[in-house]
Every structure is written in C-alpha cells, then in structure tokens.
Design a protein around this ligand. Sequence first.
Ligand SMILES: C[S@@+](CC[C@H](N)C(=O)[O-])C[C@H]1O[C@@H](n2cnc3c(N)ncnc32)[C@H](O)[C@@H]1O
Length: 296
Amino acid sequence: MGTGLFSTDASLSWKELLAETARNLSVDNAELEAKWIIEEVSGITGQGDYLEKAKPIQLDRLNRLIERRLTGEPLQYVLGRWQFRELDMFVDKRVLIPRPETEVLVGYVIEECRNKKVEFETQMDLNVADLGCGSGAIGLSIAAEVEGVSVWCSDISEEAVSVTRANLAGLGMAGQKVSISQGFWFDALPEELLGKFDVIVSNPPYIGNEEELPLEVSEWEPSSSLRAGPLGTENLSFLLRKSIEWLASDGTLFLELSPMQADEMAQEARYLGYREVKLRLDLAEKERVLVAKKPL
Ligand SMILES: C[S@@+](CC[C@H](N)C(=O)[O-])C[C@H]1O[C@@H](n2cnc3c(N)ncnc32)[C@H](O)[C@@H]1O
C-alpha cells in the first residue's frame, strides 16, 4: 500500500499526478518543480504521454520524493541529479549543489584552455587541476568540453571524491582524461606535477563562519563546502599563495569568490606578483571570478 500523498492503489494519470503534486508542493516554483519530479519518476520528457497511468511502484517513489521536498530538502538532492552545463550530474547531500555562477567560471576556464592550445601550438595535453572538486562539476565539464587536456580533480572529503568518481563513470571516453584523488588542496596532487599546471581552478569554501545563509543551504548542504573560517577569505588566500609553485610558467589561476571579496583578493594577487589580474562577471554582472597569471 505505502503511505504518502497518493495511494499506491490509485489509478491516476501523470497529468492528474502533475496537477496534484504542484498543488501540494508549498514552494515558490511549485509547477516547475512538480514537472521535474514527475519527469524523474515517470521517465516522460518533453511533451510525452501524460495520459498514461502510473504504476504502484512509481506512485510509491513519487510519494517519497514529495515527502522529502516537503521537509525542505533541496530539489536537486531529492531528484539525485542536476544539469551542469552539458553534464547530467549525480548529486546528493555529500556535495555542494553545483551553481549557475560556477557554470560561468567553467566557461572562462574553457575559453582560456582553448586559447592556450592555439597560443602554444601544441599537441601536448594541458594540465588542469580542479581543487575542491565536490561533485566534479568543474573538472569533469572541462574534460567533456575541451580536447587535449589532462584533468586532476581532488577534494579533502572522501565522500565528495566518491561522488566525483560516480560522475566520472557517466563521462564515457572523456573520462580517460581525468584523475581523481583525495587530500588537502595541493597535497592530493602528484609531486612531479609541481610547476606544470597550465590551469588551476577552484571554487573553494568562501563564506565566513558568521555569515547568514538561506536555511535551505545551511541546513542541507555540507558546511565544509561552504564555510572557510572567520574571514571567509582563508582558502582563497591560501590557494593564491600556494598556486604559484604549482603553476607552469604561463599558467593561469581561476578562483571563484564572493563579489564582496573580489577587490581584496585581486589586490592580494597583485601583491604576490600575479600578472594580468582580472575580475570576471557572473550572470548577475557581479565580480565572481578572479583570473591571474603566474608571477614571473
Ligand atoms: C564550494 S565547494 C565546490 C564544489 C565544486 N567544485 C563546485 O563548484 O560545485 C568546495 C569544495 O572544497 C572542498 N574542500 C574544502 N576544504 C578543502 C581542502 N582543505 N582541501 C581540498 N578540498 C577542500 C570541499 O570538500 C568542497 O567539496
């Protein structure tokens, strides 16, 4: 029988279930979320056949997903996946939900990788590091979208590394370009790559310990993915200092940060000797990405 909004004995079409789910989800985008949940459970996409009746096992799953969403769990965790650029990423509460601003960051990195390939006129793979890979969204997207790269993804969290590995499995041939390891920032990388990274990218935790976050974030997403320390800039400063020795001579560092930290971090990068320090914008036209070339 099962428990929940719908009796598993009910003879209901997906159209009826969609309308009823939307009515019962007390969230802002109830209709859209209901559609995504129904698509996930039914396997129907686009126009599909919404007049078909749901099976008891599907009704049971639908009930469970609705119940989870009603407790406030983010939709992405409830669905167990989320679109990030070209990838359908598996996500759960062990990792941060990949954000649209990070899709923009990846766009900048991809542009830089393609420029470097042309500029260096090389058939050699570019070495790219994604530090604090979480779900693997950044590194795996780069591997999927750029020819001729070797990508190292690492994270301090064993659980995040497991999620990146699960996502790697869905990458097909492009997955051969990716290595995954666990450890504290650069400690996870092979020593012989010191001074050999053409690109280092990170979206590190950059939120101060006392900064307020929406409940849906603070109660569900891993705090170790969000909080950096009392200032919020601790990881950014560490990565700025430490990347110098890991970057190749013309290597480029990309750091996602909060627009409030942008000027301070750009100043710190210039102080450390980084060249061509730039702040690039996110979709809301806010300074979200620090780009800097290795000091001479
Ligand atoms: C903001 S999340 C970013 C996740 C993913 N890259 C993304 O953009 O969606 C930060 C990630 O950094 C990892 N992290 C935190 N401290 C770290 C450390 N000292 N060394 C390596 N990774 C760390 C966290 O486990 C988390 O997965």
